[in-house]
Design a protein around this ligand. Structure first.
Ligand code: NAD
Length: 296
C-alpha cells in the first residue's frame, strides 16, 4: 500500500532512506534545515516540503532521522499539534532511551502513535536499503511501519515497548565497542610477543575469541582484506559515532545503576580517540592508540 510519509532529517542516513521510500512507490515529503540536503533528496524522487507542519499534516507516517534526542524532542514539540489524530511517528535517530520514551509519551499524549526504530548498517546500508531496524513500541505500530522499514532495510526486529529499539541499539554497540578494544589489545600483545597478525587471526577467528570485531572489521591490515584497516582506517563506522553511542550507553548505565566497568572505560577511550579523529577514522583505528600508548 502506498503511504504519504513526512521525512524529517535528510542527512547522510536520512537522505538515502527517504530516496528508497520514494523508489518503493511511497509519496515522500522531505524536510531538512539545510537546503542542500533537500535538493539532493529531491533529485532522488523526494518532494521538498513547503513547510514541515504542512508535510506532517498531509502524512500518514512521520519519520525522523536527526542527530540527537534534543532535536527529536524539539521537532515533536513543533509538529505534534499539526498532525492528524492517530498519525504514526517513527523516530529512526539514535538517541537516549529516556528521550525515546519521552518522545513516545508526548506523541501519545497528543493523540498520535509512536515507534522508536534506530538502525545499524551505516551510510552504505542506508543507500543499499540493507539496514537493520530495531523497533520499540506496540505490535500494531510495528506492523504498520514494517513495510516502510523493509523498503529501507533488509531486517526489522520488534524489540519490545517504547524505547526498546534504542535499548537494543546501545546494548549491541556497547558489545561492539568493548570487543573492538579487546581484539585490538590482543593484536598489540601479539606484536610484543612476536606472534604474527595472521597467526593470531587464523587461531582466534575459528576459536573462542571469534567475534565481528575480529572476523569482519579486523583492526589490523591483512587478515580481512575488506576491513577499514586496509584503507588507512577510512570509515566504515566512524569513531565519533561509536563515541556517541557509548555516551548514550553510559547515560543508561548510570540511570540504571548498572555496574559495567568495561562499558564505562570503553566510552572514555572512544571519547578521547574521537576527539582527535572525529569522523575521519573508523572506530577500529583505536588499535593505533593502544599501540602508541604501549611500551611506555
Ligand atoms: P547527519 O548530520 O548527516 O544528518 C542529520 C540531518 O538532520 C542534517 O541534515 C540536519 O540538517 C538535519 N536536522 C537537524 N535538526 C533538524 C530539524 N529540527 N529539522 C530538520 N532537519 C534537521 O547525521 P546522520 O549520519 O544522517 O545520522 C542521523 C542519525 O542516524 C543519528 O542519530 C546517528 O547517530 C544515526 N546513525 C548514523 C549512522 C551513520 O553511519 N551515519 C549509522 C547508524 C545510525
Amino acid at each position: 500500500m502506498s503511504r504519504t510519509v513526512a521525512f524529517v532529517g535528510l542527512g547522510h542516513m536520512g537522505g538515502p532512506m527517504a530516496a528508497n521510500l520514494a523508489k518503493a512507490g511511497h509519496r515522500v515529503l522531505g524536510h531538512d534545515l539545510v537546503p542542500a540536503a533537500v535538493e539532493a533528496a529531491a533529485a532522488s524522487g523526494v518532494e521538498p516540503a513547503a513547510s514541515v507542519t504542512g508535510a506532517v499534516a498531509a502524512a500518514d507516517v512521520v519519520i525522523s532521522m536527526l542527530p540527537a534526542g534534543r532535536h527529536v524532542l524539539g521537532l515533536y514539540d513543533d509538529i505534534l499539534a499539526a498532525a492528524r489524530p492517530g498519525t504514526l511517528f517513527v523516530d529512526c535517530s539514535t538517541i537516549d532511551v529516556a528521550d525515546a520514551r519521552t518522545a513516545h509519551e508526548r506523541a501519545v499524549a497528543a493523540g498520535m502513535r509512536a515507534l522508536d526504530a534506530p538502525v545499524s548498517g551505516g551510510v552504505i546500508g542506508a543507500e543499499a536499503a540493507t539496514l537493520t531496524f530495531m523497533a520499540g513500541g506496540g505490535e500494531d505500530e510495528f506492523a504498520e511501519a514494517r513495510p516502510l522499514l523493509e523498503a529501507m532495510g533488509k531486517k526489522a526486529v520488534h524489540c519490545g515497548g517504547a524505547g526498546a529499539g534504542q535499548a537494543a541499539k546501545i546494548c549491541n554497540n556497547m558489545i561492539l565497542g568493548i570487543s573492538m578494544i579487546a581484539v585490538s589489545e590482543a593484536f598489540v600483545l601479539a606484536e610484543s610477543l612476536g606472534l604474527s597478525h595472521q597467526a593470531l587471526y587464523d587461531v582466534a577467528s575459528t576459536a573462542s575469541g571469534q567475534c565481528w570485531a575480529l572476523s569482519v572489521n579486523c583492526p589490523v591490515p591483512g587478515p580481512v582484506p575488506t576491513s577499514p584497516a586496509n584503507r588507512e582506517y577510512r570509515p566504515g563506522f566512524a569513531a565519533s559515532l561509536m563515541a556517541k553511542d557509548l555516551g548514550l550507553a553510559t547515560n543508561a548505565l548510570r540511570e540504571g545503576g548498572v555496574h559495567a566497568e568495561l562499558g564505562l572505560r570503553a566510552s572514555e577511550l572512544y571519547a578521547d580517540y574521537a576527539e582527535r579523529v572525529g569522523d575521519t577514522e573508523d572506530f577500529s583505528g583505536i588499535v593505533r592508540t593502544i599501540r602508541d600508548r604501549s611500551g611506555d
